[in-house]
Write a protein that binds this ligand. Structure first.
Ligand SMILES: [Zn+2]
Ligand SMILES: [Zn+2]
Ligand SMILES: [Zn+2]
Length: 335
């Protein structure tokens, strides 16, 4: 660990990170300084502080991901030991009584028992009214050489933080094991879209469930759940990249709600028309819904499957999207 102190400087530099989609070591997330004398800050593990509050979709939250203090990635601050990659998430309403001018400074003070020093390097995020938001500026000061003056978040930061939140925090897994490796996060694209959310108009009377990404989901004209968020893992050739909002394909979080809601057996998904479909018993691969929606020909009886022959277009889409729903097919607990 590099414990070099970062001296005062007014230089404001860019936060640059390696892109895990390019060849390279996917087990490390690097926070680069923009000036040559400053250390790289490397994250290998994300850890959710046990003092965090549990996720509840109707409660606003405030959070920070710690990168370092005075250039050190393992440090003591006011007798609190912290390491790079530690995440703290608290209910916003419980920070109200703390004296500081922003909610993130209140969060810092709640945890460390002192005001925010300029040498502290962290990213700030929040969950407000069902929407995840990131703001690199909240802990930024003019002395912080690791962040630039843009509020935005790089793709890899979205993958890192979105992946950690959806795979460790929102599902409450952190309460059993508070750690997840950067390698595991970057082994799938799950959660990258958490901070890409668009404000979708949702009729509150029709909000039935909250999916694993913490997004409110409603039932569309197909009878499937949709959250209006970005489709995860892969883009499909049939849609505009969004989960619904009224029809079409859904994200894996909403597909999970479809399966739960309909109490479907293991291996069954709901295609983009809203019909349950499962894989052929003959080849174990091809999805069929069994509906009479195809044209009858010499070689086709007009039914999609159920075990061989041509598929309807909605079941073809399921085969194309297997990477998105892989976790549901392999690991879903259908009890
Ligand atoms: Zn969705
Ligand atoms: Zn689609
Ligand atoms: Zn079909």
């Amino acid at each position: 660990m590099n414990s070099r102190a970062v001296p005062d400087t007014t230089g404001i530099a860019a936060l640059v990170t390696t892109n895990p989609l390019l060849p390279g070591d996917e087990s490390i997330f690097e926070v680069h300084p923009n000036e040559p004398d400053f250390p790289y800050l490397n994250i290998r593990t994300i850890h959710i502080s046990r003092e965090s509050d549990r996720f509840n979709p109707s409660t606003n939250l405030i959070g920070m991901i710690i990168y370092g203090y005075r250039g050190a990635t393992d440090f003591y601050l006011n007798n609190r030991n912290c390491k790079i990659g530690h995440i703290l998430i608290k209910r916003s309403d419980e920070m109200n009584h703390i004296q500081a001018d922003t909610t993130h400074k209140k969060l810092f003070k709640w945890f460390f028992g002192q005001d925010l020093p300029p040498e502290f390097i962290a990213g700030g995020f929040a969950y407000q009214n069902g929407q995840w938001k990131y703001n690199a500026l909240v802990f930024n000061t003019k002395q912080d050489i690791y962040h630039n003056n843009k509020k935005g978040m790089s793709l890899t930061e979205k993958q890192l933080l979105g992946g950690a939140l959806s795979r460790l925090y929102i599902n409450h897994r952190w309460q059993q094991d508070p750690n997840i490796s950067v390698r595991e996060i970057f082994s799938s694209n799950e959660g990258w879209q958490l901070f890409e959310s668009v404000n979708t108009v949702v009729n509150p009377n029709r909000v039935d469930k909250v999916n694993k990404y913490g997004r409110a989901a409603t039932i569309g004209v197909t009878g499937k759940y949709y959250c209006g968020d970005y489709l995860d893992v892969i883009r499909c050739s049939c849609c505009d990249g969004r989960c619904g909002p009224g029809n079409g394909c859904n994200c894996s979080g909403c597909m999970e709600l479809d399966i739960e809601n309909r109490r479907l057996p293991k291996g069954t998904l709901v295609n983009r028309d809203g019909a349950p479909a499962s894989r052929s018993r003959i080849d174990g691969q091809t999805f069929y819904c069994g509906r009479p929606v195809l044209r009858r020909t010499n070689s086709c009886d007009g039914y999609c499957g159920p075990n061989n022959g041509p598929q309807c277009y909605a079941c073809q889409a399921l085969n194309e999207q297997t990477p998105r729903y892989k976790t549901l097919l392999n690991e879903y607990d259908y009890t």
